[in-house]
Design a protein around this ligand. Structure first.
Ligand code: FES
Length: 629
C-alpha cells in the first residue's frame, strides 16, 4: 500500500452506528453505507445488488454527515423525506461518524424461515452403513498397517469388499484407533471407508434446501430416518443481490465474487449444522452424508461452477445430472470423507429443488393432471399427467417477496400478512401483532384481491378515484392502507398504482405459465385434479385471494393443497433413501421443459393473464366467470 493510500485510509475512516440493531464499526469514505453494513453483518436488503433501483436499502441518517443525494435518491424520496435524513444505503457515502436508523422493512432479518412441510414416508436405506469393529492391537508378530487391519477386519467380519480408506481418514486413523483401544464404528459407502467414529456414535445425515433467500436445514438419524432437528437461516448471499440474476451479474463482472458467494453459502450451512447438532445432541463429525437441493443458480454458486451461461439464451446449466462431491472440497465441516449428494437439475431456471418438490409430493403416482408450483422470484410449474412431466419457469419477479412494492417487505415482524376491506374500514393482521411497518407477500395478495372486490381497482388494474382512501400522491393514485394518523405520524402505508402494475406482471407470469402447460398437454382447467403449492409464500397465501385476482385458475378451493417446504422434504427423502435418489433421476428423465420465450402467442396469453378477476383463458381469449362459476 502506498503512503498516500495509507494516509487516505487513516483520514477517511469513520464510525457508523446501525440502530436499532445496535451494531457499530468503521467505514471508509469510499465505502457505501450498504458495503459498511455488509462488513459488519447488518442484513440490509439489496434486491438490485446496489444499483440504486430497488429502493430496498432505505435508511435514515439520524446524525452525522453523508454524501449528497444521487439522482436515483431524488426520484425515490420526497424533499421532506430527504430532509428527514432518508437515503438509499447503497448510494450514500459517509463523510463523518454517523448514526443510522435501519427500519424493519429494510432488514433482511428476522423473518419467517420455513422448515415445516410433509413428513417422510420411506424406509431408511441410506448410502452409508455403520459397522462396529473390534480389532487386536498390532504386535511384533502381527505388524500390519493400521488401515489394512481395519479393512481386513471389516471385510472378514461383515463380508464386505471394501478397498479404500478416505485420505483424511488415513490421516487420523493411527491416533484414533489407539485412543479408542482398537474399537470403532467404520462408516462405509460403496467400497470406501469414509469415516471412523467412536464406538457409540450416531450415524447422522444433513439435508439442506439452499434457497435464494433462505436456507432450511434438517438433521436426520440415518438409521431410523427420523428428523432430529430442523432450522432455518437467511442466505447471507442476499447482501450481494436478492435475486439470482443480480448475483449472477456480480459474478460475471468479478469472478472473485463467485468465490465469496460460495464461501458465504458454505459458512451459513456450517453454522446451521452446528446449531442443529447442538439442538439434537450430536456432533458435526457424526454427519456422514449430506444432500443439498437448490435452484440451478444456487446449485452452481454452491459448487462454484460457471454461471454466466445461465443468464444468456438458451440458459443452459453447466451440469444437470446428479452429482456426488466430497464435503470437504466444498468447505463443509462434517465427517472427514463424507459426500454431498446433489439431486439433478432440469434446466437453467428449474433446479434440483423443483425435482425434490416433485419427489416429496409423489405427483408421479397419479394419472389425472396435477399442477405443482413453487412460487418465488422465479416460479417453477409442472403439470404431471400419466407419469409425464411438463415444466415451465416463469419470471414472476420479487413483488410477492415485497420487492419493487413501495411498502413491500419480507415476512418479518410488523408486516401486514392478512387484510380485509369492509366498506371504508381496513382490517389487517401483522406478523407478531406488531405495529404495521410494511406489507409482505400474503398481505400484498390480499390487498390486491380486496381492492378489486371492493371495486377500487378495475379489471385492467386501474385505481379508480372514488374511494375515500384513494389519494393522488406525486402524480399517481394510491390507496391508503394505514394512514399517517393511524401510524402516529409515520408515513402512510399505501398501495400505489405502480405497485398494482408490478403485481399484475407477477401474477400474469404465473397464470400464463399454467396456461401454457395446459395447452401443451391438451388439458382444460377443469381437468386439473389438484394444484399443489409449495414454498414459504405459497404456504401463507389465502388461496381465495389468489383465485379472485386470476393468479390461479378458478377451481373449487378443495382442489388446492398448500404443502410447505416440499423441497426440504424431498432433500430429506434423498438423504435417507437411495430409492428416492433413483426416483429423482427417473422424474428428471421424464420432464419435458418448455422455454416460454419459444411459445407462439405467449405474449397474447400473458396480456390476458394480467387482467384481474375470475376467468378462463382459451386460445388466447379471456372468458369472464361470474361468482359461483
Ligand atoms: S436501491 Fe440500494 S440496493 Fe437497491
Amino acid at each position: 500500500m502506498t503512503t498516500k493510500a495509507k494516509t487516505k485510509k487513516r483520514v477517511s475512516a469513520c464510525t457508523i452506528n446501525f440502530e436499532p440493531v445496535g451494531r457499530r464499526g468503521g467505514c471508509q469514505k469510499n465505502e457505501s453505507l450498504l458495503a459498511c453494513a455488509r462488513q459488519l453483518g447488518v442484513g440490509i436488503s439489496s434486491i438490485c445488488g446496489g444499483q440504486g433501483t430497488c429502493h430496498a436499502c432505505k435508511v435514515q441518517v439520524i446524525s452525522g454527515s453523508v454524501s449528497k443525494p444521487t439522482p436515483n435518491e431524488y426520484k425515490t424520496f420526497t424533499a421532506q423525506e430527504l430532509k428527514e435524513g432518508w437515503r438509499l444505503a447503497c448510494q450514500t457515502y459517509p463523510t463523518s461518524d454517523c448514526k443510522l436508523n435501519v427500519p424493519a422493512e429494510s432488514m433482511t432479518t428476522p423473518q419467517r424461515l420455513q422448515v415445516e412441510g410433509l413428513e417422510a414416508k420411506v424406509s431408511p436405506e441410506p448410502p452409508t452403513h455403520a459397522y462396529h469393529l473390534k480389532m487386536k492391537a498390532p504386535s511384533l508378530s502381527a505388524p500390519q498397517a493400521d488401515a489394512d487391519r481395519l479393512l481386513n477386519t471389516l471385510n472378514q467380519r461383515h463380508k464386505l469388499q471394501c478397498t479404500r480408506v478416505d485420505i483424511d481418514v488415513l490421516r487420523i486413523i493411527s491416533e484414533r484407533l489407539r485412543s479408542w483401544k482398537w474399537e470403532c464404528q467404520a462408516i462405509v459407502r460403496n467400497d470406501e471407508v469414509i469415516a471412523i467414529l467412536p464406538p457409540k456414535s450416531h450415524q447422522l445425515g444433513l439435508a439442506i434446501d439452499l434457497g435464494t433467500t433462505k436456507i432450511a436445514g434438517y438433521l436426520m438419524n440415518l438409521n431410523n430416518g427420523r428428523t432430529l432437528a430442523a432450522k432455518g437461516a437467511m442466505n447471507p448471499q442476499i447482501s450481494y443481490g436478492e435475486d439470482i440474476v443480480s448475483r449472477i451479474n456480480r459474478v460475471i463482472k468479478s469472478p472473485d465474487e463467485g468465490v465469496l458467494l460460495q464461501k458465504l453459502a458454505v459458512q451459513a450451512i456450517n453454522e446451521l449444522c452446528s446449531d442443529l447438532c447442538a439442538e439434537a445432541g450430536g456432533k458435526p463429525e457424526e454427519i456422514v452424508e449430506a444432500v443439498v437441493v437448490g435452484n440451478t443458480a444456487m446449485h452452481h454458486l454452491f459448487l462454484h461452477l460457471p454461471v454466466k451461461q445461465l443468464a444468456l439464451s438458451p440458459f443452459v446449466p453447466a451440469v444437470s445430472r446428479a452429482l456426488e462431491v466430497k464435503a470437504r472440497d466444498l468447505g463443509l465441516s462434517i465427517a472427514h470423507g463424507a459426500y454431498v449428494h446433489l439431486l439433478p437439475n432440469i434446466a437453467g431456471f428449474v433446479g434440483a429443488d423443483h425435482v425434490a418438490m416433485l419427489l416429496a409430493t409423489e405427483v408421479m403416482q397419479t394419472e389425472r393432471p396435477i399442477v405443482a408450483l413453487d412460487i418465488g422470484t422465479n416460479t417453477e410449474i409442472s403439470l404431471v399427467s400419466n407419469g409425464e412431466v411438463t415444466t415451465v419457469s416463469c419470471a414472476s419477479g420479487p413483488a410477492f417477496e415485497g420487492g419493487h412494492i413501495k411498502y413491500g417487505m419480507r415476512a418479518a415482524t410488523g408486516a401486514i400478512e392478512r387484510l380485509r376491506i369492509d366498506d371504508d374500514k381496513i382490517q389487517y393482521q401483522t406478523i407478531d401483532g406488531a405495529p404495521p411497518v410494511g406489507i409482505c407477500g400474503s398481505g400484498i395478495l390480499d390487498a390486491l384481491s380486496q381492492l378489486y372486490l371492493a371495486k377500487v381497482i378495475d379489471e385492467s388494474g386501474r385505481i379508480m378515484n372514488r374511494h375515500p382512501r384513494v389519494r393522488n400522491y406525486q402524480g399517481q393514485h394510491e390507496f391508503i392502507l394505514v394512514s399517517r394518523e393511524e401510524r402516529k405520524g409515520k408515513p402512510a402505508i399505501t398501495i400505489t398504482q405502480h405497485d398494482v402494475r408490478e403485481l399484475q406482471l407477477a401474477k400474469a407470469a404465473i397464470r400464463s405459465g399454467i396456461q401454457v402447460l395446459l395447452e401443451a398437454c391438451g388439458c382444460a382447467e377443469d381437468d386439473i385434479k389438484q394444484v399443489i403449492i409449495a414454498g414459504a409464500f405459497g404456504t401463507y397465501i389465502d388461496i381465495s385471494s389468489a383465485v379472485a385476482i386470476g393468479m390461479l385458475p378458478p377451481l373449487p378451493l378443495n382442489r388446492f393443497r398448500q404443502v410447505g417446504n416440499a423441497a426440504g422434504m424431498g432433500a430429506k427423502l434423498a438423504l435417507i433413501s437411495r430409492a428416492s435418489r433413483a426416483e429423482a433421476r427417473v422424474i428428471t428423465s421424464k420432464v419435458k421443459y418448455i422455454e416460454l420465450a419459444s411459445v407462439p402467442n405467449f405474449q397474447a396469453t400473458f396480456v390476458q393473464a394480467s387482467y384481474l378477476g375470475r376467468y378462463r383463458i382459451k386460445d388466447g381469449r379471456r372468458e369472464k366467470l361470474n361468482h359461483g362459476d
